[in-house]
Ligand binder design. Structure first.
Ligand code: MLT
Length: 282
């Protein structure tokens, strides 16, 4: 039976004793089996994983979580950071009483949060899937662009952020041939609060460089890139995969940055192949 909910964080439980607050982390959980967790991209929410929840909940316990400030999750209560999202996930796993190591899939911002989780809780990971993401921190130019986008989020709201990002979020093929995917991304982005996106942009801007962490990570890893991804290109991700001791890299044709939404069948297929391969290797 699919479970939907919002899980309180420890901090919020403490707050709750003094305020009548309604502060939670949004998630979906469905299926039975080994835990498989999905972390979403900016500026969307956990609903971007609907096709993956549907596909994998037949034989995995699938969880999709909203990052702070987005979807149904509470805003950041201190300086926005990827580490906070990773700690929220660890608390959600405890809330759901998941004790075994998880397979964790993060796309773009979700990938940065997954890297933070790998650094903080390596013993809680049995497999990592890093999709359309990158290991390095923001360059000076990227940080300056974040500042502009933070203003857009605060002053014009989430639809304006999505409109500015759209040419980079989706590949040329999707924008030309799949209006329904363009509409879905616009719709998901429009559901976000401008203030929440501004916080998430700060967390993106201030994320650490994870290059060394990934080089030392002893966990089977699948790296997935959309062939037409112009934010985190196949070249960047190919180099990242090569630098990791146990990573393989797959490029998905006719997909851009949001590969799981643009080519869900191929995306699901490569994820399934990877996960099945882990079963074979024990
Ligand atoms: C995302 O898709 O989550 C963002 O594009 C990540 C980023 O801007 O670095």
């Amino acid at each position: 039976m699919p479970q939907q909910g919002r899980c309180q964080t420890d901090v919020e439980i403490m707050l709750k004793s003094s305020f009548s607050s309604n502060e939670h982390i949004g998630f979906d959980a469905a299926g039975h089996g080994k835990p498989l967790v999905f972390l979403h991209a900016f500026p969307l929410n956990r609903a971007m994983w609907a096709e993956q929840v549907d596909e994998f909940s037949s034989d995995y316990y699938v969880i999709a979580m909203d990052a702070r400030g987005m979807g149904e999750s509470v805003a950041f209560d201190a300086a926005p950071a990827m580490e906070t999202i990773a700690r929220d996930l660890e608390q959600l796993l405890r809330y759901l009483k998941i004790e075994q190591p998880i397979a964790l899939c993060g796309l773009s911002m979700g990938g940065y949060a997954a890297m933070a989780f790998a650094g903080l809780f390596p013993e809680k990971l049995c497999a990592l899937i890093l999709a359309d993401t990158r290991p390095d921190a923001d360059s000076e130019e990227a940080r300056a662009n974040r500042a502009t986008m933070i203003e857009v989020a605060k002053e014009q709201g989430s639809s304006a952020v999505a409109e500015k990002m759209m040419p980079k979020l989706l590949g040329d093929t999707t924008r030309a041939e799949k209006p329904e995917v363009v509409g879905l991304v616009q719709n998901l982005a429009a559901q976000q609060k401008g203030e929440g996106l501004a916080q998430a942009l700060e967390a993106l801007r201030d994320r650490p460089d994870s290059t060394e962490l990934l080089q030392s990570l002893n966990v089977p890893t699948l790296v997935i890139t959309g062939e037409e991804d112009s934010i985190t290109s196949p070249e960047i991700m190919g180099r990242m995969a090569q630098s990791m001791p146990r990573a393989q890299h797959v490029v998905i044709p006719k997909a851009g940055h949001l590969a799981n939404l643009e080519q869900p069948r191929e995306f699901n297929w490569v994820v399934r192949e990877f996960l099945e391969g882990l079963k074979d290797s024990g």
